[in-house]
Design a protein around this ligand. Structure first.
Ligand code: C5P
Length: 229
């Protein structure tokens, strides 16, 4: 059975994270550690996940000048992660420095294009451009590919277009996934799990719809049933 779910462990402390990991352990292979949990556990969560033989997506979205990001990437590469990310808007030179360092490592390095909490109005307000959101995403992804990284974090609505233009092996990791009837929260560009899989999503990052559910295991089972139908 195909399982492309990455569960986002957005918790303020180790105990809540451990409880969630242990509950989902039989169903989920990859967990995402973001800023909140990484900072609140001083990075210790990475060792816990390794002790449980889980794969880790370290979502710290490195965004700085090439030299600074390179040293952050060295830290991530030494942690033997499944995946970690940078911000594509850090630019070509920054991503190239990371790609060179990551060569030969088994960690995938991807880049955030535009956050799924942004929409077309935000693009106009932030960048003063009438350019379509999908064009901005493509430009950023194209620079990332030239720099030699493996794929992007994007909205599922852009995954198919990116695969068509940049190749089927270009990895798409998509948050903003909501099971039918689920609460949207602060996400603006959302789709259902089945829609995501049909439209070129390799991995779907799901947080609150699973972690805040009364029965997280049941939600995972329902999502897997939906996407494997
Ligand atoms: O709870 P929810 O399913 O909205 O969680 C989505 C997760 O994906 C969060 O951990 C968020 O930080 C992350 N993320 C995102 N948009 C991006 C990159 C990461 O929502 N572009």
């Amino acid at each position: 059975m195909k399982n492309p779910i990455i569960v986002a462990l957005d918790f303020p402390d180790m105990n809540q994270a451990k409880e969630c990991i242990d509950k989902l352990s039989s169903k989920i292979e990859i967990f995402k550690v973001g800023l909140e949990l990484f900072l609140n556990t001083g990075g210790e969560i990475l060792d816990y996940l390794r002790s449980k033989n889980k794969k880790v997506f370290l979502d710290l979205k490195f965004h700085d000048i090439p030299n600074t990001v390179l040293h952050a990437a060295k830290f991530a590469l030494a942690k033997d992660l499944f995946m970690f990310n940078v911000h594509t808007s850090g630019g070509y030179q920054m991503m190239k420095a990371v790609a060179k360092e990551a060569k030969g490592s088994k960690s995938l390095v991807i880049g955030v294009t535009l956050l799924t909490s942004l929409d077309q109005d935000d693009i106009f307000e932030m960048f003063g451009t009438e350019k379509k959101l999908s064009e901005v995403v493509f430009n950023l992804a194209n620079v990332l590919k030239k720099a030699g990284l493996n794929g992007v974090v994007c909205s599922a609505k852009e995954a198919k277009m990116l695969k068509e233009k940049l190749g089927n092996d270009f990895i798409t990791v998509c948050p903003g996934i909501r099971p039918q009837g689920g609460e949207q929260g602060d996400q603006k560009r959302v789709v259902t799990p089945a829609w995501a899989i049909k439209n070129g999503v390799d991995y779907m990052v799901i947080g609150r719809p699973i972690t805040k559910a009364k029965d997280p295991v049941l939600v995972v089972e329902e999502i897997l049933k939906e996407i494997n139908q």
